[in-house]
Design a protein around this ligand. Structure first.
Ligand SMILES: NC(=O)c1ccc[n+]([C@@H]2O[C@H](COP(=O)([O-])OP(=O)(O)OC[C@H]3O[C@@H](n4cnc5c(N)ncnc54)[C@H](OP(=O)(O)O)[C@@H]3O)[C@@H](O)[C@H]2O)c1
Length: 297
Protein backbone atom coordinates (compact mmCIF):
# COMPACT_ATOMS: atom_id res chain seq x y z
CA UNK A 1 0.00 0.00 0.00
CA UNK A 2 1.39 3.48 -0.82
CA UNK A 3 2.33 5.53 2.22
CA UNK A 4 -0.09 8.17 3.52
CA UNK A 5 1.46 11.60 3.16
CA UNK A 6 0.95 14.67 5.33
CA UNK A 7 1.86 18.06 3.87
CA UNK A 8 2.25 21.27 5.89
CA UNK A 9 2.76 24.67 4.22
CA UNK A 10 0.89 25.32 0.99
CA UNK A 11 2.70 28.45 -0.23
CA UNK A 12 4.29 29.36 -3.55
CA UNK A 13 6.34 26.14 -3.42
CA UNK A 14 4.32 23.83 -1.18
CA UNK A 15 1.05 24.04 -3.13
CA UNK A 16 2.40 22.82 -6.49
CA UNK A 17 4.67 20.25 -4.81
CA UNK A 18 1.69 18.82 -2.92
CA UNK A 19 -0.36 18.87 -6.12
CA UNK A 20 2.32 16.82 -7.87
CA UNK A 21 2.12 14.23 -5.08
CA UNK A 22 -1.66 13.97 -5.51
CA UNK A 23 -1.16 13.59 -9.25
CA UNK A 24 1.32 10.78 -8.60
CA UNK A 25 -1.47 8.92 -6.76
CA UNK A 26 -0.68 9.63 -3.10
CA UNK A 27 -3.35 10.25 -0.45
CA UNK A 28 -2.60 13.56 1.22
CA UNK A 29 -3.59 15.19 4.50
CA UNK A 30 -2.82 18.91 4.38
CA UNK A 31 -2.46 21.78 6.82
CA UNK A 32 -1.64 25.46 6.36
CA UNK A 33 -1.49 28.40 8.79
CA UNK A 34 -4.18 30.21 6.80
CA UNK A 35 -6.78 27.47 6.86
CA UNK A 36 -8.77 28.78 3.88
CA UNK A 37 -5.79 28.00 1.63
CA UNK A 38 -5.77 24.38 2.80
CA UNK A 39 -9.54 24.26 2.25
CA UNK A 40 -9.11 25.46 -1.34
CA UNK A 41 -6.42 22.84 -1.87
CA UNK A 42 -8.65 20.09 -0.47
CA UNK A 43 -11.58 21.16 -2.66
CA UNK A 44 -9.37 21.16 -5.75
CA UNK A 45 -7.54 17.87 -5.15
CA UNK A 46 -9.66 15.76 -2.79
CA UNK A 47 -6.98 15.86 -0.06
CA UNK A 48 -7.97 15.47 3.60
CA UNK A 49 -7.86 18.54 5.85
CA UNK A 50 -6.13 18.73 9.23
CA UNK A 51 -6.43 21.54 11.78
CA UNK A 52 -2.97 21.18 13.29
CA UNK A 53 0.46 19.71 12.50
CA UNK A 54 -0.24 17.15 15.26
CA UNK A 55 -3.37 16.00 13.42
CA UNK A 56 -1.38 15.71 10.19
CA UNK A 57 1.22 13.52 11.90
CA UNK A 58 -1.41 11.28 13.51
CA UNK A 59 -2.77 10.30 10.12
CA UNK A 60 0.47 10.07 8.11
CA UNK A 61 3.35 7.68 7.50
CA UNK A 62 5.42 10.49 6.00
CA UNK A 63 5.07 14.17 6.95
CA UNK A 64 6.47 16.85 4.63
CA UNK A 65 6.99 20.47 5.73
CA UNK A 66 7.50 23.40 3.32
CA UNK A 67 7.65 26.50 5.52
CA UNK A 68 9.44 29.86 5.33
CA UNK A 69 12.14 29.84 8.03
CA UNK A 70 13.80 27.99 10.96
CA UNK A 71 11.41 29.36 13.66
CA UNK A 72 8.41 28.27 11.55
CA UNK A 73 9.73 24.72 11.26
CA UNK A 74 10.64 24.68 14.96
CA UNK A 75 7.13 25.70 15.97
CA UNK A 76 5.35 23.40 13.51
CA UNK A 77 7.48 20.42 14.53
CA UNK A 78 8.28 20.96 18.22
CA UNK A 79 5.70 23.58 19.32
CA UNK A 80 2.31 23.04 20.95
CA UNK A 81 0.08 20.91 18.75
CA UNK A 82 3.14 20.18 16.63
CA UNK A 83 4.25 17.19 14.58
CA UNK A 84 6.20 15.66 17.48
CA UNK A 85 2.98 15.33 19.51
CA UNK A 86 1.37 13.15 16.87
CA UNK A 87 4.20 11.42 15.04
CA UNK A 88 4.01 7.62 14.87
CA UNK A 89 6.86 5.24 15.57
CA UNK A 90 8.56 4.40 12.29
CA UNK A 91 7.25 7.53 10.58
CA UNK A 92 9.41 9.82 8.48
CA UNK A 93 9.52 13.64 8.64
CA UNK A 94 10.90 15.37 5.55
CA UNK A 95 11.59 19.07 5.90
CA UNK A 96 11.88 20.62 2.44
CA UNK A 97 12.09 24.23 3.68
CA UNK A 98 15.39 26.10 3.59
CA UNK A 99 16.47 26.45 7.21
CA UNK A 100 19.58 26.39 9.42
CA UNK A 101 21.55 23.12 9.41
CA UNK A 102 22.00 23.51 13.18
CA UNK A 103 18.24 23.70 13.79
CA UNK A 104 17.78 20.76 11.41
CA UNK A 105 20.12 18.55 13.43
CA UNK A 106 18.42 19.54 16.70
CA UNK A 107 14.99 18.65 15.31
CA UNK A 108 16.27 15.39 13.82
CA UNK A 109 17.45 14.28 17.24
CA UNK A 110 14.05 15.16 18.79
CA UNK A 111 12.31 13.16 16.06
CA UNK A 112 14.62 10.21 16.72
CA UNK A 113 13.58 10.19 20.39
CA UNK A 114 10.03 9.43 19.16
CA UNK A 115 11.21 6.38 17.24
CA UNK A 116 10.80 8.21 13.92
CA UNK A 117 13.36 9.71 11.55
CA UNK A 118 13.95 12.94 9.66
CA UNK A 119 15.47 14.03 6.37
CA UNK A 120 16.39 17.58 5.39
CA UNK A 121 15.55 17.97 1.71
CA UNK A 122 15.67 21.61 0.60
CA UNK A 123 15.06 22.35 -3.05
CA UNK A 124 16.16 24.63 -5.84
CA UNK A 125 14.43 25.36 -9.12
CA UNK A 126 11.92 27.94 -7.92
CA UNK A 127 8.18 28.13 -8.40
CA UNK A 128 8.53 27.00 -12.03
CA UNK A 129 10.44 23.87 -10.99
CA UNK A 130 7.83 23.22 -8.29
CA UNK A 131 4.96 23.43 -10.79
CA UNK A 132 6.72 21.36 -13.43
CA UNK A 133 8.00 18.75 -10.97
CA UNK A 134 11.60 19.41 -11.98
CA UNK A 135 13.09 20.61 -8.70
CA UNK A 136 16.63 19.80 -7.63
CA UNK A 137 16.41 18.16 -4.23
CA UNK A 138 19.46 17.92 -1.95
CA UNK A 139 18.98 15.47 0.85
CA UNK A 140 20.65 15.01 4.24
CA UNK A 141 20.00 12.02 6.52
CA UNK A 142 20.23 8.24 6.62
CA UNK A 143 20.55 6.33 3.35
CA UNK A 144 17.58 4.03 4.11
CA UNK A 145 15.30 7.01 4.81
CA UNK A 146 16.45 8.58 1.55
CA UNK A 147 15.54 5.40 -0.35
CA UNK A 148 12.15 5.29 1.34
CA UNK A 149 11.46 8.89 0.29
CA UNK A 150 12.84 8.55 -3.24
CA UNK A 151 9.45 7.89 -4.95
CA UNK A 152 8.05 11.03 -3.32
CA UNK A 153 11.05 13.08 -4.41
CA UNK A 154 10.65 11.71 -7.93
CA UNK A 155 7.08 13.06 -8.03
CA UNK A 156 8.35 16.54 -7.18
CA UNK A 157 11.81 16.79 -8.69
CA UNK A 158 14.28 15.67 -11.28
CA UNK A 159 17.78 15.94 -9.82
CA UNK A 160 17.63 14.08 -6.54
CA UNK A 161 20.85 13.70 -4.60
CA UNK A 162 21.69 12.25 -1.20
CA UNK A 163 24.49 14.58 -0.15
CA UNK A 164 25.37 13.35 3.37
CA UNK A 165 24.15 12.99 6.96
CA UNK A 166 21.52 15.11 8.74
CA UNK A 167 22.00 18.83 7.94
CA UNK A 168 24.08 18.22 4.81
CA UNK A 169 21.13 19.06 2.53
CA UNK A 170 20.85 22.46 4.21
CA UNK A 171 24.61 23.07 3.88
CA UNK A 172 24.43 22.42 0.12
CA UNK A 173 21.36 24.65 -0.17
CA UNK A 174 23.25 27.48 1.59
CA UNK A 175 26.05 27.07 -0.96
CA UNK A 176 23.47 27.21 -3.75
CA UNK A 177 21.94 30.40 -2.37
CA UNK A 178 25.35 32.11 -2.25
CA UNK A 179 25.92 31.43 -5.93
CA UNK A 180 22.41 32.52 -6.97
CA UNK A 181 22.48 35.77 -4.95
CA UNK A 182 25.95 36.77 -6.11
CA UNK A 183 25.06 35.94 -9.73
CA UNK A 184 21.93 38.12 -9.61
CA UNK A 185 23.97 40.92 -8.09
CA UNK A 186 26.65 40.64 -10.80
CA UNK A 187 24.09 40.60 -13.63
CA UNK A 188 22.36 43.63 -12.05
CA UNK A 189 25.62 45.60 -12.00
CA UNK A 190 26.27 44.65 -15.62
CA UNK A 191 22.78 45.71 -16.70
CA UNK A 192 22.83 49.08 -14.93
CA UNK A 193 26.34 49.85 -16.20
CA UNK A 194 25.37 48.83 -19.72
CA UNK A 195 22.15 50.84 -19.72
CA UNK A 196 23.87 53.97 -18.47
CA UNK A 197 26.43 53.43 -21.21
CA UNK A 198 23.63 53.53 -23.75
CA UNK A 199 23.24 49.82 -24.56
CA UNK A 200 19.82 48.13 -24.50
CA UNK A 201 19.55 45.58 -21.64
CA UNK A 202 18.34 42.82 -24.00
CA UNK A 203 21.49 43.26 -26.11
CA UNK A 204 23.66 42.96 -23.00
CA UNK A 205 21.91 39.76 -21.94
CA UNK A 206 22.10 38.31 -25.47
CA UNK A 207 25.82 38.95 -25.81
CA UNK A 208 26.88 37.98 -22.30
CA UNK A 209 24.82 34.78 -22.44
CA UNK A 210 26.97 33.53 -25.31
CA UNK A 211 30.31 33.76 -23.49
CA UNK A 212 31.98 32.80 -20.23
CA UNK A 213 29.75 35.29 -18.39
CA UNK A 214 26.62 33.41 -19.43
CA UNK A 215 24.63 31.88 -16.58
CA UNK A 216 21.14 30.56 -15.71
CA UNK A 217 20.19 33.76 -13.89
CA UNK A 218 20.32 35.57 -17.26
CA UNK A 219 18.01 32.95 -18.72
CA UNK A 220 15.52 32.39 -15.89
CA UNK A 221 15.26 36.02 -14.72
CA UNK A 222 15.56 37.58 -18.20
CA UNK A 223 11.90 38.63 -18.48
CA UNK A 224 11.85 40.10 -14.99
CA UNK A 225 15.00 42.15 -15.64
CA UNK A 226 13.69 43.40 -18.99
CA UNK A 227 10.09 44.11 -17.96
CA UNK A 228 11.18 45.34 -14.53
CA UNK A 229 8.15 43.58 -13.10
CA UNK A 230 9.30 41.80 -9.98
CA UNK A 231 6.37 39.60 -8.94
CA UNK A 232 7.82 36.64 -6.96
CA UNK A 233 9.09 34.01 -7.74
CA UNK A 234 11.41 33.92 -4.82
CA UNK A 235 10.93 36.75 -2.38
CA UNK A 236 14.00 38.90 -1.64
CA UNK A 237 13.27 38.62 2.11
CA UNK A 238 13.55 34.81 1.88
CA UNK A 239 16.88 35.13 0.11
CA UNK A 240 18.04 37.47 2.88
CA UNK A 241 17.08 34.73 5.34
CA UNK A 242 19.13 32.23 3.31
CA UNK A 243 22.28 34.36 3.24
CA UNK A 244 21.89 34.71 7.02
CA UNK A 245 21.99 30.90 7.20
CA UNK A 246 25.07 30.83 4.95
CA UNK A 247 26.89 33.49 6.99
CA UNK A 248 26.10 31.71 10.27
CA UNK A 249 27.42 28.45 8.79
CA UNK A 250 30.54 30.30 7.59
CA UNK A 251 31.09 31.60 11.10
CA UNK A 252 30.60 28.15 12.59
CA UNK A 253 33.01 26.49 10.14
CA UNK A 254 35.52 29.39 10.09
CA UNK A 255 35.01 30.25 6.42
CA UNK A 256 35.28 33.83 5.13
CA UNK A 257 32.34 34.82 2.92
CA UNK A 258 33.09 38.50 2.19
CA UNK A 259 30.96 39.07 -0.89
CA UNK A 260 28.06 37.06 0.55
CA UNK A 261 28.12 39.50 3.49
CA UNK A 262 27.91 42.44 1.10
CA UNK A 263 24.95 41.06 -0.85
CA UNK A 264 23.30 40.14 2.46
CA UNK A 265 23.37 43.86 3.30
CA UNK A 266 21.82 44.74 -0.06
CA UNK A 267 18.98 42.29 0.58
CA UNK A 268 18.49 43.80 4.03
CA UNK A 269 18.23 47.25 2.47
CA UNK A 270 15.57 45.88 0.08
CA UNK A 271 13.51 44.81 3.08
CA UNK A 272 13.93 48.24 4.66
CA UNK A 273 12.83 49.95 1.45
CA UNK A 274 9.68 47.83 1.32
CA UNK A 275 10.92 45.65 -1.54
CA UNK A 276 11.29 42.45 0.50
CA UNK A 277 8.16 40.95 -1.05
CA UNK A 278 9.52 41.38 -4.58
CA UNK A 279 11.41 38.74 -6.51
CA UNK A 280 15.12 38.53 -5.63
CA UNK A 281 15.94 39.75 -9.15
CA UNK A 282 14.77 43.16 -7.89
CA UNK A 283 18.35 43.45 -6.56
CA UNK A 284 18.65 45.37 -9.83
CA UNK A 285 16.73 48.18 -8.13
CA UNK A 286 19.36 48.38 -5.37
CA UNK A 287 22.11 48.96 -7.93
CA UNK A 288 19.93 51.54 -9.70
CA UNK A 289 19.18 53.18 -6.37
CA UNK A 290 22.88 53.28 -5.38
CA UNK A 291 23.60 54.78 -8.80
CA UNK A 292 21.13 57.61 -8.40
CA UNK A 293 18.03 56.01 -9.87
CA UNK A 294 18.81 57.16 -13.42
CA UNK A 295 17.17 60.52 -12.85
CA UNK A 296 19.75 62.48 -10.92
CA UNK A 297 22.60 62.79 -13.38
N1 LIG B 1 9.80 30.43 -3.69
C1 LIG B 1 10.89 29.88 -4.20
O1 LIG B 1 11.25 30.12 -5.37
C2 LIG B 1 11.72 28.92 -3.38
C3 LIG B 1 12.70 28.14 -4.04
C4 LIG B 1 13.44 27.23 -3.31
C5 LIG B 1 13.25 27.13 -1.94
N2 LIG B 1 12.33 27.91 -1.30
C6 LIG B 1 12.16 27.76 0.15
O2 LIG B 1 10.96 27.05 0.35
C7 LIG B 1 10.36 27.46 1.58
C8 LIG B 1 8.93 27.92 1.29
O3 LIG B 1 8.98 29.02 0.39
P1 LIG B 1 7.68 29.64 -0.31
O4 LIG B 1 8.19 30.58 -1.34
O5 LIG B 1 6.73 28.55 -0.68
O6 LIG B 1 7.09 30.50 0.92
P2 LIG B 1 5.58 30.98 1.14
O7 LIG B 1 4.93 31.23 -0.16
O8 LIG B 1 5.66 32.06 2.15
O9 LIG B 1 4.86 29.70 1.78
C9 LIG B 1 4.99 29.30 3.09
C10 LIG B 1 3.72 28.61 3.51
O10 LIG B 1 3.89 28.11 4.84
C11 LIG B 1 2.73 28.44 5.56
N3 LIG B 1 3.07 28.55 6.98
C12 LIG B 1 3.88 29.42 7.57
N4 LIG B 1 3.94 29.21 8.90
C13 LIG B 1 3.13 28.15 9.13
C14 LIG B 1 2.74 27.46 10.29
N5 LIG B 1 3.21 27.82 11.49
N6 LIG B 1 1.88 26.41 10.18
C15 LIG B 1 1.42 26.04 8.97
N7 LIG B 1 1.73 26.67 7.81
C16 LIG B 1 2.57 27.71 7.90
C17 LIG B 1 2.27 29.76 5.01
O11 LIG B 1 0.91 29.95 5.37
P3 LIG B 1 0.10 31.33 5.13
O12 LIG B 1 -0.84 30.98 4.01
O13 LIG B 1 -0.59 31.60 6.40
O14 LIG B 1 1.11 32.39 4.76
C18 LIG B 1 2.51 29.55 3.53
O15 LIG B 1 1.42 28.93 2.89
C19 LIG B 1 11.26 28.57 2.16
O16 LIG B 1 12.12 28.02 3.11
C20 LIG B 1 12.03 29.05 0.94
O17 LIG B 1 13.27 29.60 1.31
C21 LIG B 1 11.55 28.79 -2.00
Amino acid sequence: MPERIGFIGLGIMGWPMAENLVQAGYDLTVHNRTHSKAQRFAEKTGAQLAHSPKEVAESSDVVITMLPDSPDVQSVVAGEGGVLEGIREGALLIDMSTISPVVTRELASEVKKKGASMLDAPVSGGDVGAREGTLSIMVGGEEEDFERARPLFEAMGKTITHVGPSGAGQVVKAANQIVVALSIEAVSEALVLGSRGGVAPEKILDVLSGGLAGNRVMEVKREKFLSRSFEPGFRAELHHKDLGIALAAGREYGVALPVTALVDQMLLSMKKKGWGGEDHSALLRVIEDLSGDGTTE
